[in-house]
Ligand binder design. Structure first.
Ligand code: FES
Length: 160
């Protein structure tokens, strides 16, 4: 039941839940188990996004500023809505990559996946993708679209 709920409504601490909360359609985020308890990874990501995307940057033609480069730590992935499109942004040792956020298997949110080196693994059923070129390690014919990334000043800019 929980898997179906996650597929349809997203995870309680995922991007879709945070969007529902932002527009007043969802409840408060789950309470932390204790003040000194470690935070879930998704909560850490949300806190990191407190670093606002630079507003005084002129991205290259065709690019959009998606986040501050310090908002996403090495080894992390996140889903971002930009220009009406959901993309997954990853940071591999300080190099940023962007791809579609939608897994070709069953539309899993790749930005909520696990990043290990250049491999991004879908949180739903474990299909794995190379963030550099979008190739799929699980099924060769199931690659994902990737987008060019440029860093301008402190801004991560994606060609979408
Ligand atoms: S949705 Fe099944 S592996 Fe991504």
């Amino acid at each position: 039941m929980s898997l179906w709920k996650d597929i349809v409504f997203g995870r309680d601490n995922g991007m879709r839940a945070s969007i529902r909360r932002a527009v007043g359609l969802g409840g408060a985020p789950k309470a932390a188990p204790g003040a000194n308890a470690p935070r879930p990874e998704a909560a850490e990501k949300a806190l990191n996004l407190g670093v606002e995307a630079p507003k005084d940057v002129n991205p290259p033609d065709g690019y959009e500023v998606v986040l501050h480069k310090d908002a996403l730590k090495p080894g992390q992935a996140i889903e971002i809505i930009v220009a009406g499109k959901a993309i997954a942004v990853t940071n591999v040792d300080g190099t940023f990559y962007a791809s579609t956020n939608t897994c070709p298997h069953a539309q899993g949110p790749l930005g909520e996946g696990k990043l290990d080196g250049h491999t991004l693994t879908c949180p739903y059923h474990g299909w794995a993708f190379d963030v550099r070129d979008g190739s799929c390690h699980t099924f060769e014919e199931s690659s994902i679209e990737t987008f060019a990334v440029e860093i301008v000043d402190n801004a991560v800019c994606v060609e979408v």
